[in-house]
Design a protein around this ligand. Sequence first.
Ligand SMILES: [Zn+2]
Length: 221
Amino acid sequence: MTNVNRIVRLGLVNAYLAHEDDGLTLIDTMLGGSADKIIAAAEASGAPIVRIVLTHAHGDHVGSLDALRQRLPEAEVIISTREARLLAKDMTLDPDEPQEKLRGGYPGAKTKPDRTVDAGHRVGSLEVIATPGHTPGHVAFLDVRDRTIYCGDVYSTLGGVATSAKVNPVMPLALFTWHRPTELESARTLRALEPARLAPGHGKVIESPLEAMDRALARAS
Ligand SMILES: [Zn+2]
């Protein structure tokens, strides 16, 4: 039995609904135009979306945020403190961050987060894990009930488990990665948490992913 409910568009882009006692937590919002599909999935599971949490501010993760805010005004919107700046289209880097070019699309959103979170904070059953590198404020979410990790773009599983620190021809997320050494460290952080299940932003959910994560880390090192 798992709490994981994956929603897919174009066979490429995922969002997830995590079931909680008070309703559903939506993890990421996919591309623009995905609100209908997400709301239909929530209705099919018989519970309201009460929270929207975001792994990072790339357009294929925040694209339907504004539409969902309009349709679900009661849902609390949550993003990491660092990534909130990118959601507001503040593209500045901090002096202590790698001074690398931000890559990939950051469309921003009109929606202001209701809450910002940092490493160790909880969103329902989900623990916030700092996983910078793909973007400066990327976070993953560990469901402490079943050790599912919603890893955003730290790993993808399209064409096999891979980090976004090294270009995978099937899903070249690394082209949109801000700082590959930092991303690789974050990929190691998630492996060390020994997830029972890896639920990525792109690709299918992988059960018992540790060996596949080890191979991906070895390839990227
Ligand atoms: Zn991304």
